[in-house]
Design a protein around this ligand. Structure first.
Ligand code: ADP
Length: 443
């Protein structure tokens, strides 16, 4: 048994000894989210803005024009297909571009446009005529730094005089060399070395960005290295910090790194069971569960479905059984690399496969909005064998997004009926028994 934390910092209980060693590390999860995301995450929640100086008139903007960006930068933004600022960008951008500079701590779930926002801020901040680093951006891993770099490069496509350098391992530079690039993105260790060796002059940095603060502090050593970089900067340097989540530990770190901050928070959209019809079927063993799925398959093909199994072994077994019946199924499992997982989720998102079989561990934090059916091949239970309602909500809640109707089918081992009752009581919503007689109701 092991306890892990998911992308939101929630405890994830996993009984999969088979999945040992594949703990969904936060940086990996975050990279996976970035790799599979092509569109902005919708969020209808209110943005909460707390300003350091309540009298400062920093209005939100509804268009990119209002930001008075350099024309070349505006071209880059439009070329990326951005028509108007996302919710977090609306309030964060005016603050980031304000004169005199404003410090900012911003929290918003992944996919809401934070990276695009601070990339834009960095690009409009630099003076291209000055051939030295002016913006420093710290990311938790090599791969995440590359992702940010790609956004900067795309957005800055029409700003040929602005150059970008990667401060990441493998990009070894010798002492005494000084960088000419105006923007440097990298990991804390390398960037700390570069500032100490004067490859970057920290006193000339006028904008410091710390991305994925929650992931950063979860990584050994990164917290202190980031603080040591920040301490070398001038007091007048503008500091920006971003995080997808905001527990106390993130907050304490943020306060150390960003003095006198403005704060913007965008609550995560709550998952809900309001628009989801829930059913259960009693099965004696996995073969009966498979049969149940085969019977449901008529429904599965009209929509996309996700099937959750308790262990990797069961997931693999089920997948083979479904494929043998001639179904198009994808298996998302823990031993795959991040890129392989991203590719599978992408194929599924684009409808190439209709069914995705997965375990808890590797599907957390992944948004696939168009799923209309979720099957629990095994019910989610905690370490003590009680119903794990939180995980249940995470799994099922993804079906009924944005008011769309969704279905959830629970395949229940005959001995575990009390768990269904527990879940029913917990959410105060009926879970209807489904058997061969009323299958029609489901369709
Ligand atoms: P975050 O850093 O919060 O995870 P990103 O900045 O990576 O979010 O944005 C998520 C996705 O949305 C990316 O594919 C990005 O290109 C896209 N995106 C960001 N801002 C906008 C916008 N204003 N309009 C349209 N798409 C956007």
């Amino acid at each position: 048994l092991k306890i892990e934390r998911d992308i939101n910092g929630n405890l994830v209980k996993s009984q999969e000894s088979e999945d040992a060693g594949t703990k969904p590390d936060l940086a990996q999860q975050s990279l996976l989210n970035k790799l599979i995301r092509r569109t902005l995450v919708e969020n209808r929640n209110q943005v909460v803005v707390l300003q350091a100086d309540p009298t400062s008139p920093l209005y939100s903007v509804k268009s990119f024009e209002e930001l008075r960006l350099k024309p070349d930068l505006l071209r880059g933004v439009y070329q990326m297909g951005f028509n108007r600022p996302s919710k977090i960008q609306e309030s964060a951008l005016p603050m980031m571009l304000a004169e005199p500079p404003q410090n900012l701590i911003a929290q918003s779930q992944s996919g809401t446009g934070k990276t695009a926002a601070f990339s834009l801020a960095m690009l409009s901040h630099v003076n291209p005529e000055n051939k030295w680093p002016q913006c420093l951006c710290v990311a938790p891993t090599y791969e995440l730094a590359l992702q940010i770099g790609q956004v900067i490069e795309q957005m800055g496509k029409f700003c040929p005089d602005v150059k970008l350098a990667y401060g990441i391992r493998g990009n070894g530079l010798q002492r005494g060399i000084s960088l000419q690039e105006q923007i440097v993105v990298g990991t804390p260790g390398t960037l700390l070395d570069w500032t100490r060796f004067k490859i970057i002059d920290p006193k000339k940095i006028t904008l410091f960005v710390l991305d994925e603060a929650d992931v950063m502090i979860a990584t050994q050593g990164h917290r202190d290295q980031s603080i040591r970089i920040q301490r070398q900067l001038l007091k007048t340097c503008q500091m920006l910090l971003f995080s997808a989540t905001f527990e106390d530990s993130v907050w304490r770190f943020a306060e150390v790194v960003v003095p006198d901050p403005n704060i913007i928070r965008l609550k995560r959209e709550e998952e809900t069971l309001n628009t989801i019809k829930q059913f259960y079927m009693v099965c004696r063993n996995k073969e009966e569960k498979f049969e149940a799925i085969s019977n449901l398959y008529g429904c599965l093909t009209i929509a996309q479905a996700m099937i959750f199994c308790q262990t990797r072994k069961i997931a693999a077994w089920l997948c083979t059984a479904l494929v043998n019946e001639g179904h198009q199924v994808a298996l998302l499992s823990g031993e795959l690399t991040v890129e392989q997982r991203a590719a599978i989720i992408n194929r599924f998102k684009s409808g190439l496969e209709k069914v995705l079989v997965t375990t808890n561990v590797c599907s957390r934090g992944i948004d696939v909005a168009q799923i209309s059916l979720v099957v629990n091949f095994d019910l989610p239970v905690d370490i003590d064998g009680n119903a794990d309602s939180e995980t249940y909500l995470h799994r099922i809640g993804r079906t009924g997004r944005f008011g769309k109707r969704g279905f959830a089918v629970n395949l229940v081992d005959s001995g575990l009926l009390t768990i269904i009752q527990e879940i029913e009581t917990h959410f105060g919503r009926k879970i209807t028994k489904l058997d061969s007689e009323n299958l029609g109701e489901f369709e």
